[in-house]
Design a protein around this ligand. Sequence first.
Ligand code: SF4
Length: 341
Amino acid sequence: MERRDIRDLEFEDLRRELESWGEPGYRAGQVFAWLYRRGARAFEEMSDLGRPLREALDRKFVLKGFEELSRQRGGDGAEKFLLRLEDGRLIETVLIPAPGRATVCVSTQVGCRFGCVFCASGMSGFTRNLTAGEIVGQILHVRQAIGRPVTHVVFMGMGEPLDNWENTARAVRTLNAPSGLGIAARRILISTCGLIPGLPKLAALGLQVELAVSLHAASNALRDRLVPINRKHPLDKLVPALRDYRKETGRLVTLEYVLIKGVNDSPAEAGRLGALARRVGAKVNIIPCSPVEGLKFEPVSRPEAVAFLRRVEARGVRVSLRRSKGGEIRAACGQLAGRAP
Ligand code: SF4
């Protein structure tokens, strides 16, 4: 029987499992402390557990790790980790440091099935979902590599988190749980391309996580081209779904808008974006696009981006112009492809 990664289990799952072995429930707390506080890499390190229990854990579970193939650092401080999973597949994870914080951008799938046109992750199609353990493991790997705590997690790497919902939800709960990594829900951001059926599930999670939607166009005609899932879940369905999400959770939604020269940067598109954001009650993040090998998209100049922002703002919505960190090491939004350097 294939042994399961112990990090795929949430605290309650492990407690039940250990109790079924005749162990007291508090053993789950000890094991979790080793996994998430002390970053144990093997059961034999868990020195306050008796040898028979360590051996039993080892018979039933594994502690999967990654092989770090490369670690590249850009001038802006962002670092991209190319990691090989146990089955040989590659994923990328990015550290975005800032004073007093360390944000990790995690992948949730190997590849992606949604094929947004400016995104490298979708270019070679979908391979498989990551397990909850592989998602949480990326944060543990980066924490170990940098030797300090990870304060924020964004689900913006390779893959669509709502398309791998069960594993994403498990990972989020372990990241948030005091027995796990104890990262406040408000410091966890889930980014989606607009998979409407996933929104009620995210709301039902009952945690105050942040939600960002990769919008990139405010009209169906253009969004159908840039974000093909729009053909299945068009804006006229997405907007009410986001309004429902807001009503249900009371949380603010952020609309991400990668600004591409000559594609979605017209004054008319800015006006439509402002109006749409207002209907949702969302704030808008404008991100100058990053070059992706094989794609011809160009970023706009800073003054053009500011002019676009002003037009959106004129509709009475909150807008910010984000610098896309990690551009020079191909680690910015839409650039993660899981390729060897
Ligand atoms: S932007 Fe997100 S959903 Fe779209 S192809 Fe890239 S990883 Fe997939």
